[in-house]
Design a protein around this ligand. Structure first.
Ligand code: FES
Length: 113
């Protein structure tokens, strides 16, 4: 019998706590996660830039990306891939869902292409 992968979703905050077209940094277990609203969409990505130890949730959000405030690399919120240098490595992306105004994240899934 095949067991379907059941992602472990953890409640992290209420949707209203994430600023519109902005980000909120939270910890899920020991993992820093940036919750990001871009238009009507909500994303969860690793909160640490792949270029240096900088919190991405303190950066700007636009056009489906989050920008690292230190050197300006933008990361695609769907793929986690940087769209411009100096960062060259992707950041992890996580599953996220919103139910009754509450935001849930699962760290079970890695970045998928
Ligand atoms: S620390 Fe993020 S681009 Fe350099």
């Amino acid at each position: 019998m095949t067991v379907e992968n059941s992602a472990q979703f953890v409640k992290v905050c209420e949707l209203t706590e994430i600023p519109a077209d902005g980000a909120l940094g939270v910890e899920v277990g020991d993992t820093p996660v940036a919750l990001v609203r871009s238009g009507d969409d909500v994303y969860a990505v690793n909160d640490i830039c792949s270029h240096a130890e900088v919190s991405l949730s303190e950066g700007e959000v636009y056009d489906g990306t989050i920008e690292c405030w230190l050197h300006g690399s933008c990361f695609d919120l769907r793929s986690g891939k940087p769209t411009n240098p100096p960062a060259t490595q992707p950041i992890a992306t996580y599953k996220i869902k919103v139910e009754d105004g509450d935001v849930y994240v699962s760290l079970d899934s890695g970045a998928d292409d």
